[in-house]
Design a binder for this molecule. Structure first.
Ligand code: ADP
Ligand code: ZN
Length: 346
């Protein structure tokens, strides 16, 4: 099934409910290059061995200049030029690296994604934001540029480890909080195993997430306004992720709870919403408590890209499905963090 979505910076072809074997028709082997990680190559290398393939080390630690440098040398050695499409097959780390590399290599060559992780399918591959980390700063260097196409083959999910399923569900729960409450209802009546065993149900949920993210990104690709709501749970989430080396989904799970606590103070959100979300997060194997050092978290937030003098644009909820962006001072954020820290005692 092909959908084309037009963003200000370019058109993206979405091949939904598709199969990796279709890649050969969409992107002929001769000019194109695949970048993947070692895990994906071990499981699925045979599917695309007909292409020229570059393999990188799996994991967030690969999102750095060293990787970009080494990949750029390899592309040059392979005589990659303007007519090549670089196809990233993998999770969010691969889409970040490939999107960024292709955006700057020769001032931009085209690229495409075949997301293989749930997080990649519902979030990382969509929206055109690509980037690498610098020191402790997540996605500090990056670009906004759209891939030529994204091909969805959910049979990749068969080999996805349980923890990675949970990570993907953190973003899906985020979509439920900021947009489609029907996502939350669907999540409550199912669980990881039911989604694992019913690919058509998983495809349906993925399609809703894609649509929701694209609706937001289409109207504000450069994140000057409404796109900010996609950062729900990510401000303190990124700080937890960096400081405590947590997987992204786990960090976002905790970050969403801090945002809900802050909402209770600043938008009068009912505490019952937080209780409901805690249940859903636990139902999908995500953490809801953390022992952490408030000073260190606040210090990390001071280095956030979204900082504006003594405050940060923070995404709060007025109600489920009703996000608003509000500038919170570091003192206000510290208050919410304190309430969250105290939760460990209960
Ligand atoms: P993200 O969670 O952002 O997608 P990664 O790209 O690091 O992050 O992917 C998470 C981990 O899952 C990596 O170790 C990656 O190699 C592995 N992985 C991704 N897709 C699959 C898959 N379909 N089967 C098995 N492992 C996978
Ligand atoms: Zn995220």
């Amino acid at each position: 099934m092909l959908h084309t979505i037009s963003f200000p910076t370019g058109k993206v072809d979405y091949y939904l409910n598709s199969s990796c074997s279709q890649l050969f028709q969409i992107a002929p082997t001769a000019h194109n290059i695949i970048i993947t990680d070692k895990n994906i190559n071990q499981f699925y290398g045979d599917l695309f061995s007909i292409y020229r393939v570059i393999i990188i080390k799996p994991g967030e630690d690969s999102k750095n200049w060293e990787t970009i440098n080494s990949l750029a040398s390899k592309l040059a050695a392979l005589e990659v030029h303007k007519t090549t499409t670089i196809i990233g097959i993998g999770g969010g780390v691969i889409s970040d690296i490939v999107g960024f590399l292709a955006s700057v290599y020769m001032r931009g060559v085209s690229f495409a994604f075949v997301p293989t992780s749930l997080l990649g399918m519902v979030d990382a591959a969509i929206g055109g934001k690509n980037g690498i980390n610098v020191d402790v700063h997540k996605n500090m260097i990056g670009t906004i540029r759209q891939p030529k196409f994204i091909l969805y083959d959910t049979s990749f999910l068969k080999t996805l480890p349980d923890e990675e399923w949970s990570n993907g569900f953190a973003e899906i729960i985020k979509y439920g909080c900021i947009g489609e409450p029907k996502i939350l209802a669907d999540l409550e009546t199912n669980n990881i195993n039911t989604f694992r065993s019913k690919p058509e149900k998983m495809n349906e949920l993925i399609a809703i997430c894609i649509q929701q993210k694209n609706n937001i990104v289409v109207s504000d690709e450069q994140e000057s306004g409404v796109r900010k709501v996609l950062n729900f749970g990510h401000t303190t989430g990124h700080a937890f992720e960096t400081l405590y080396k947590l997987p992204h989904g786990q960090a976002v799970s905790l970050g969403m709870l801090v945002a809900l606590i802050a909402s209770e103070k600043h938008t009068n959100l009912s505490t019952t919403v937080r209780m409901q979300i805690i249940q859903t997060l636990q139902h999908y194997g995500l953490p809801v408590k953390l022992r952490f050092d408030i000073d260190k978290v606040v210090q990390t937030l001071r280095l956030d890209k979204k900082r504006n003098n003594d405050a940060i644009d923070f995404v709060l909820l007025e109600a489920l499905g009703k996000p608003i962006v509000k500038s919170l001072t570091f003192t206000e954020i510290r208050e919410a963090l304190q309430i969250f820290a105290d939760a460990i005692k209960h």
